[in-house]
Every structure is written in structure tokens, then in C-alpha cells.
Design a protein around this ligand. Sequence first.
Ligand code: FNR
Length: 187
Amino acid sequence: MTKKIALIVGSLRKDSLNRKFANALVEVAPAELQFEFVEIGDLPLYNQDLDDAHTPPAAWTAFRDKLRNVDGIVFATPEYNRSMPGALKNAIDVGSRPWGHSIWNAKPVGVISASIGAVGGFAGNHNVRQTMVTLNAPVMPGPEVYIGNGSALIGEDGKVNNDKTKEVLTAWAASYAKWVEANGRKA
Ligand code: FNR
């Protein structure tokens, strides 16, 4: 059965490696996973006063509405200073409120990460995992994907130029499809 999966990229820059690996993931994923990129760059910083006053910014409401009914969520993120990027943390905070209406609750989550460095965004990846566990989202434990030296794996056409990386992403996507089936809402 078809599953709607939101894909959130933790980097805002136009040449983001993580977005390129996310694009590659979409290409190799099983057909039942229907991905939609959900953007986080225009979300105002979270301020609880606006929820308390029932005056959330339109961008928060649109973001929450987009994610409320998806079957799963995939994050493709770099690490910034051994943590997730602030823009991504803001998006997670926005989605987690108002209290009792978190859109992350019980959503099967997968996390991949990429970096220009050797560590492959490990710390950012685990920062997202930790936050998702707190928000009661079942996070796929493995296989784990940390793509190191990411810029060497992207060709001039902006696509992954390395067969091993494509294989890793293919295996990851197949596992994530099973994770959604096993841990997602039942039809
Ligand atoms: C980085 N980068 C980085 N890389 C890393 O491996 N560990 C780190 O802690 C950091 N910290 C960091 C902080 C900030 C503010 C920036 C802008 C960058 C480098 C990062 O991996 C690299 O810029 C990636 O290319 C970012 O991902 P995108 O934008 O290509 O998806």
C-alpha cells in the first residue's frame, strides 16, 4: 500500500549535499514510498506566546497541517557544531506544539546524514534521533547511514556518482519501507 512520507532536509542552502542525497534516496526507494519534500526555511522561530494566544504564524500552521497526516518522516541532515542545525531544531519545536498536538507523535522516522567531513554528520543524526524518541516517534535504529566526504560522492550533474553509496541508500530505503509498515498507523 502507498505510504506518504515527508522528507525534511536540515540544510537551507541551495547546493546542500543532504538535499542531493535525499534526491538520490527518492530515486532508489521502493515505489510504495511517495515522498514529498517539506521545507523548513520560512518557519518563524518558535515562540510559545503565539500558540498560547491562538495566533500561530501561517507558516507554522501550514507546516503542521502538511505533516499531520503523513505515514512517515525522513530527515536528511548535516551536523552543525556537533548538533543538528538550528533551523531543523526550530522546525521540530514548531511541530511539537501546541502541547498534546505534536505532529511527530507515533510517526515512523528515519534519519540519514551527510557531511563534507569524515564523520558523516553522526552527531546531527543522533541529535535528531534523540529528539524524536522524546517525541514518541519510533525511530528506525538501523541500518545507519552517515555519509562522510559527501562532496566527493556527487558528480557535476548534482547526482550521486558512487555505486556503493547508491547501494547503501537503496538498502536503507527498503528497510525504512518495512519500518513504516511495521510501526505506522494501520489502514
Ligand atoms: C558545519 N560543518 C560541519 N561538519 C561536520 O562534519 N561537523 C560539524 O560539526 C560541522 N559544523 C558545521 C557548522 C556550520 C555552522 C556549518 C555551516 C557547517 C560542515 C558541513 O558538514 C558542511 O557544510 C555540509 O556540506 C553541510 O551540509 P549541506 O548544506 O551540504 O547539506
